[in-house]
Design a protein around this ligand. Structure first.
Ligand SMILES: [Zn+2]
Length: 55
């Protein structure tokens, strides 16, 4: 996991990863499942100000 700074308040926050099912689909349905990586990505939410964005 990597940390990125919030674009609103500049607080360093943990970057959101992929949910478990997305990893599973990507592996089981390779290579078509890789599309799940694009569709299933979770947005990153700042723990301080609550701002949510797609990192
Ligand atoms: Zn913030």
């Amino acid at each position: 996991m990597s940390a990125i700074s919030c674009s609103k308040c500049s607080t360093m926050t943990e970057r959101a990863g992929y949910p478990g099912w997305v990893i599973l689909v990507a592996i089981c349905l390779f290579p078509v499942g890789l599309l799940a990586l694009l569709a299933g990505r979770k947005p990153t939410t700042c723990g301080k100000c609550g701002f949510t964005w797609n990192a």
